[in-house]
Design a protein around this ligand. Structure first.
Ligand SMILES: [Zn+2]
Length: 504
């Protein structure tokens, strides 16, 4: 009987935990048993390991093989235990001698049938954890390297196939690539913003939304450029900080949604725009694999729902929790996973089912009842969580003659957003105005007497619930920050009042 032990790790949601892979090869009827709460993917490693060993010039022992993954009380999922299992089998079967102590080395990677090392989801989470746990070195698939290299200060040994790893074990081939410097994300998003024609008021609202992290609803007839405005908003947001970028890559990694070119360190602000036919699971997350959905992939960026009333009601309603808390709990059979989901929510809608209500281009043929039903598809609780509603009119002839590709304006807007954000983060204890809890609003904001007076008069005219009162103040505070003023004055309140949803 021979026993071998190697270190690896499990990824569960956005957490990683240590796992030791023990393999026992003993005489008896040939068998392959995995114990230790492994899921189907781990159990199926047998075929991959057998074939990979064969193609790499080693033999799969015709013995009783027991693979034990410890700690045994914790569920292990995924295909990345293939590599430590395959190595442990060779060591336990004495086909391989271990020349050095591997107690501080982690082995992770899936195997293809021909012995290639395949990437696995969640590599960044695993590496991040390993660094904090004091692991010195990680042997991992080449295709996970760029993602893993975002975490500095840990030795990464990327490998293309199983034979290369064996060479490493024997010490002939040890190559550690230098950590890549963080490349500046390309300014890919400016072009959408620069294409917007006219729409001064909607652009102003987009500026406020970007500066304060406010959710925004753009309402208008087809062809008015609502989608361009939504996409263009991304150009106003500052580049991701290092920590934000790591959070983004982690979530994309767990979801298996990293770009194919592997240049994950150039990933910018997420902009997710699921189609209105998207399922609840696709948008919110969960399902059998409990992966993060679009709302978590939009974390630190923008979630864009074009034609919001067309989305299934359960999908719209499911946005309530993340819009409130900036996170989502996804339940599955055994346990629940928790993913961050803090995004700027940008939605569009037509004024009516046909789209032309109030337009001077085409006649609307919807009945008042149809219009009402259409608008009711967006429920009050969701509207409550949208700070800015803005009407996007048809582009006028004047607008068409106006300046496009106004790069100076874009530079100015970006500088304003950065400035206003810095001011907020300092004053609000690291939070943007939109993310301040309602009860804190009066502690943090300074409101002038004339502004108080205007709010009072407005509340006589419109119904201002507690929530809409807080929304009003938050938007007014962002307007105040953009103007570099220290107290909310009445013009800021007056402007904020314009962004209410008219007919509700
Ligand atoms: Zn209509």
């Amino acid at each position: 009987m021979a026993l071998s032990k190697l270190k690896s790790a499990a990824v569960d949601g956005v957490r990683a935990t240590p796992v030791t892979v023990e393999v026992d090869v003993s005489d008896g009827l040939p068998s392959f048993t995995v114990v230790g709460l492994a899921d189907k993917a781990v159990e199926e490693s047998r075929e991959r390991v057998r074939s990979a060993l064969k193609h790499s010039g080693y033999k799969f022992p015709l013995s009783r093989i027991t693979v034990n993954l410890t700690p045994s009380n914790q569920k292990k999922t995924g295909i990345h235990f293939d590599l430590p299992i395959a190595l442990s089998i060779l060591i336990a079967d004495k086909q391989l001698e271990v020349p050095e102590d591997f107690s501080e080395t982690l082995f992770v990677g899936a195997l293809s049938l021909d012995g290639g090392l395949q990437p696995f989801p969640g590599a960044l989470i695993l590496v991040d954890w390993a660094k904090q746990a004091g692991i010195k070195r990680i042997v991992l698939p080449w295709d996970n390297y760029y993602e893993a290299a975002l975490i500095g200060g840990i030795e990464l040994v990327p490998m293309k196939n199983f034979s290369d790893v064996i060479e490493l074990i024997f010490g002939k081939y040890l190559k550690t690539l230098p950590i890549r410097k963080n490349e500046k994300p390309q300014d890919l998003y400016a072009e959408d913003w620069l294409q917007i024609q006219g729409q001064a008021q909607a652009k102003r609202a987009a500026l406020i939304a970007a500066a304060g992290g406010h959710n925004i609803l753009l309402e208008g007839a087809p062809g008015t450029g609502k989608t361009l405005l939504a996409k263009g908003m991304r150009a106003l947001l500052p580049p991701l900080t290092r920590d934000e970028q790591i959070e983004v890559v982690k979530l994309h990694s767990v979801a298996g949604a990293l770009p194919g070119d592997k240049k994950v360190d150039t990933i910018g602000r997420p902009f997710r725009s699921p189609h209105h036919t998207a399922s609840h699971v696709a948008v919110v997350g969960g399902g059998s694999s409990s992966r993060p959905g679009e709302i978590s992939l939009a974390h630190n960026g923008i979630l864009f729902l074009d034609e919001l009333p067309e989305f299934q009601r359960p999908v719209i309603e499911a946005l309530r929790q993340p819009l409130e808390d900036g996170e989502i709990f996804v339940t599955r059979v055994e346990q629940s996973a928790h993913y961050p989901a803090e995004f700027i929510f940008v939605a569009t809608m037509n004024p009516c089912p046909c789209g032309w209500l109030g337009s001077n281009q085409k006649e609307c043929n919807c009945s008042p009842y149809q219009v009402q039903q259409y608008r009711r598809k967006i429920s009050g609780p969701i509207l409550d969580r949208i700070d800015l509603c803005v009407h996007v009119p048809a582009v006028s002839l004047e607008d068409l003659k106006g300046k496009i590709r106004d790069t100076e304006e874009l530079d100015r807007y970006r500088a304003q957003v950065n400035f206003a954000r810095e001011k907020q983060l300092k004053r609000n204890g690291g939070k943007l105005n939109a993310k301040i809890p309602g009860r804190k609003v009066n502690e943090v904001f300074v409101i002038s007497a004339d502004a108080e007076d205007l709010i009072k008069r407005a509340s006589e005219k419109f119904v201002l619930t507690g929530r809409s009162y807080h929304k009003l103040l938050k938007v007014a505070q962002t307007i105040t920050d953009l103007a570099d003023q220290d107290e909310i004055a009445s013009p800021a309140i007056a402007e904020a009042l314009q962004y209410r949803f008219g007919d509700f």
